[in-house]
Structure formats: C-alpha cells, structure tokens
Design a protein around this ligand. Structure first.
Ligand SMILES: Cc1ncc(COP(=O)(O)O)c(C=O)c1O
Length: 482
C-alpha cells in the first residue's frame, strides 16, 4: 500500500475510534451549550439574521465546521444571548435601579454585585480565594496596574524586569514602557530569556529559567512569564519557578492568557504573587471582553486604619479609582481612599455589566461541566489523540513538511499544538483548510496553532482536522513543486 492509502486507512480507523470516544465522553453534553458555526456560515460573507445565526438553520445546518481555535477566540455559549437579553431587559425596565434592585426570577445579580459574583465563579478556575481575584479591565491594562503597584525599582539594587525573549508583544511593550516610565533604560534594566537548548523554538526548560534567575538575582525586581507560551503552547512549571524567584525576593507575575480555563491552576497554593488573564480564549466570553487579575492575599492586605494625616498607609500603593474603594464608603464621595481588602481593591472604574454578564454566562457552563479539573482530563486525551493522528493520518511526503514544536509531554502543554510548516506553505495550507471548513489560527511566518477545547470539541473534530490538513499539505506540496 502507498503511504497515502495507509494514511487514508488510519483516518478511517481513527474516525471509528473517535466516534466511540465521543459516545462514551461524560462531558459530551457541554458541546450543545455552544453555537458551533456551520461550514456554510463560516464561508458566508453576509450577516445572517440573528435567528439563523443562533440555530444554524439553513444550508448545511448539520454540517458543523471544525473549530479548533479556542486558543484565540472561544466559541459563543448559547446562554450568553439569554443572559445578555436578561441584562438588557433589566436596563430597559429599571434604568438606574438595576444597580441595586434585585428582581424576582432574575438569575442575574444587581449591577453593584456583578463583579463580586463573577469573582466567585472565576476563583475556582484559577485556584484562588474569592478575595484574591478581581474581574476587571483587560489583560495588558491589568499587567500595567500590577506593575504600577508592585514594581519599585532600586537603581542601585533590584531594578530589572525579566521576561522571555519571545514574549507576546503586548507584554514586551508593557515591560519596556514601565521601565521608561521609571526613567530606566530597557537596554540595562530588561532581561530577556532565551533557551540555549532550543534556539529556534525557544522552548525554555525549567532549569534554564532557574539558572537565569540565579544569574540575575541580585539585580532583578520582577519576573513576568506566561503560564502557557502563546506561540509554542509550552506550559511552564509555575510552582517551581515561582518558588525559586520568591526565594530570591523577586516579585512574580504570570500572564495566564492561554492557561486560564485550559489547565488546572492553584495560584494561591503555588504562592504566586500576582497574575492577569483575558477571558476571550478558553473562557469564551467574547472578543475583547473583561479580563481579570489575581493578587495573593499577602500582597493586598489593608493592615492599618487609613487616617487623615497618613492616607496612604496600611496598604500597598497603587493606581486607584473609586471602584477599588470599600463598598461601604464608595458612595460617600469623600476623597479618602479606603481600598477593599484583596484584589478587588485594585479596581478602577465601575465595570461593564454587558461584559461581566457575558463572561458569567460562560462561567456557568464551566461550573456545570464540573470545573477545569474534569475538562483538563478530557483535554489531555483530545490533544494526545490529535498528536498521534498527526503522525499516522498524514502521508509520508506530507509528514516531512511540518513538525510539532509544542512539548510532547502532556504535563508541559495545554490544549494547543503548534505546527511549524516548511517555509512558504502557510498561505496555501490556511486557504485549503478554510475551504474544507476548518478554522485554526496562524502565527506568521510559519506556524499554525490547533487547539481542541474540551468544552465543545470532539475527538471527531481532531480527525476532521488531520484529514483536511493532510489534503492541504498535499495541495501546497504540488503548488510548490516539492
Ligand atoms: C499571551 C498574551 N498576552 C497578552 C495578550 C494581550 O491581551 P489584551 O489585548 O487582552 O490585553 C494576549 C492576547 O492574545 C496574549 O495572548
């Protein structure tokens, strides 16, 4: 048999296996909580009326697309529309009273309590107490707020910020501009980590990170790292790195954009100093929706009464706004800042209830699924299945055209696999995948990221992807004469 017919046989067998795995999956029910676009919808260039968009009726209604892009933007839970309609009805019928008047039969909190309710829902997802999390702002803004509170450089001692050399650009810009804000020069106050053992992909081993911390311990004030690296999909050893940095009195902030809702996190027990995340990836809250932050309880205590003569004493200094003030005195309108104890004391403005309603709708689904622990178990199996099929379900000629750069060890990755293509193939492969109703994302010049999300993806989706990917590679190979 040719390598192509071997691969086709592997795909057929995998599809049978996938259907059985999906049938036996105790979490299969959560897929029906989501709007999964059909192939016809993702090919369409017209805005459908909302009824069609929701139910997926019309051409190809049962022919769902293969959406493996939850690492970029999670799909929409069906209840988002319901909860947002309920919020809009509250606003329409109650006006300003929505802030404080509870309504019979409403599943929604009053707007004054919406941030607290959302914090209750997110706390178990990041492994924190409710007081240690705040649902607020957006990821980059929260990184700036955390650095403004906890980065206090001493030019004669600890003044450097350490981050990875291939950090997400927003994190890099945030660090660079924090340094400049303190009149420091990034050339001398910024340390960027590179991996000697993996110069091409920059998969940083824990040992490499710890030894860089040792090398710069005397001059480093702050470490900013991603829980999961956006490009490679590598999951870092958060507890070990945190413990090591803290032993050297380095304040540790984690960017959890790709980790939250994806892998199990125990931020409190791991002694993490602070963290921030967005909610539009694995948390499915919608594009640009409200983010969140974690501040370990030791870093946000309000230890002394705030008095007239010493208004700033008794709590970590920070850039503040009225929503960070204790609820009891928030509306007194006195110009004396009494922060809420905990992460909520870092809030600035009254939060968008539209955003919080959207996020909370999705977090309800997480709670019904039994939390991240159960989802992570399924995720490990889904991604492992995908990985295995990428070698057996792709013909020999095409197999040489890509490699998986994500660590092979399930403990060192989340849902995502990053596939590095041979130079010049990306555009054709993406075009051909799209033609076949497969949505993944690209990171130029040569990487595609593929992430089965256990809340709504199936084992059969993984088969659909590999089948289409093999065909797309074959087209790209022919086009390039390889
Ligand atoms: C790792 C990482 N950090 C930061 C950001 C920036 O997020 P935001 O635009 O919500 O500030 C992203 C966005 O995707 C990201 O993936």
């Amino acid at each position: 048999m040719s390598s192509h017919s071997n691969a086709a046989a592997a795909i057929a067998a995998a599809r049978e296996r996938a259907r059985a795995l999906d049938r036996d999956d105790p979490l299969a029910f959560t897929r029906s909580e989501f709007n999964i676009p059909t192939k016809a919808q993702i090919a369409s260039t017209r805005l459908p009326d909302s009824a069609t968009a929701e139910t997926g009726s019309g051409d190809g209604a049962t022919d769902k697309c293969v959406y493996l892009c939850g690492n970029s933007l999670g799909l929409q839970p069906k209840r988002t529309q319901t909860r947002i309609s309920q919020y809009l009805s509250t606003w329409a019928t109650q006006g300003v009273q929505g802030h404080f008047k509870p309504l019979d039969e409403s599943p929604l909190p009053t707007w004054l309590d919406a941030d607290e309710r959302a914090a209750q829902l997110i706390a178990p997802i990041v492994g924190a107490s409710e007081a240690e999390v705040a649902v607020m702002q957006t990821l980059t803004a929260n990184l700036h707020l955390l650095m403004s509170a906890f980065y206090q450089p001493d030019i004669n001692g600890k003044h450097k910020i350490m981050l990875e050399s291939k950090a997400f650009p927003s994190d890099h810009f945030a660090v660079e501009t924090q340094l400049r804000h303190h009149n420091l020069d990034p050339a001398t106050s910024m340390i960027t980590l590179t991996s000697p053992s993996s110069p091409e992909d920059n998969i940083l081993t824990t040992a490499e990170i710890l030894s860089s911390i040792d090398a710069h311990a005397a001059t480093t004030a702050l470490l900013l790292l991603p829980g999961i690296q956006y490009y490679t999909g590598q999951l870092l050893d958060i507890p070990t790195i945190t413990a090591h940095a803290r032993r050297h009195s380095i304040f540790v902030i984690w960017d959890l954009a790709h980790a939250v809702g994806n892998v199990s996190l125990r931020l409190h027990d791991w002694n993490v100093d602070a963290a921030a995340w967005c909610s539009y990836k694995y948390l499915n809250s919608g594009p640009g929706c409200i983010g969140g932050m974690f501040v370990h309880e030791r870093n946000s205590a309000v230890t002394r009464a705030i008095t007239e003569d010493r208004p700033e004493e008794g709590y970590t200094n920070r850039l503040a706004g009225w929503w960070g003030n204790e609820k009891g005195t928030r509306f007194v309108m006195a110009n004396k800042f009494h922060p809420v104890k905990g992460a909520a004391g870092f809030q600035l403005s009254n939060p968008s209830i539209l955003d919080i309603t959207s996020l909370s709708a999705s977090l309800e689904v997480f709670a019904e699924a039994g939390g991240v622990g159960a989802l992570r178990d399924k995720s490990v199996r889904l991604t492992g299945f995908l990985e295995e099929l990428l070698s057996s379900g792709v013909g020999e000629e095409e197999r040489g055209l890509f490699r998986v750069i994500t660590p092979r060890d399930a403990e060192q990755r989340g849902a995502q696999l990053s596939l590095m293509l041979k130079g010049g193939l990306l555009e054709t492969v993406m075009r051909e995948l799209e033609r076949r109703g497969v949505i993944v994302d690209e990171r130029r010049p040569d990487v595609i990221r593929v992430a089965p999300a256990p809340l709504y993806n199936t084992f059969e989706d993984c088969v659909g992807f590999v089948e289409a990917f093999a065909e797309a590679l074959a087209v790209a190979r022919r086009e390039r004469g390889l």
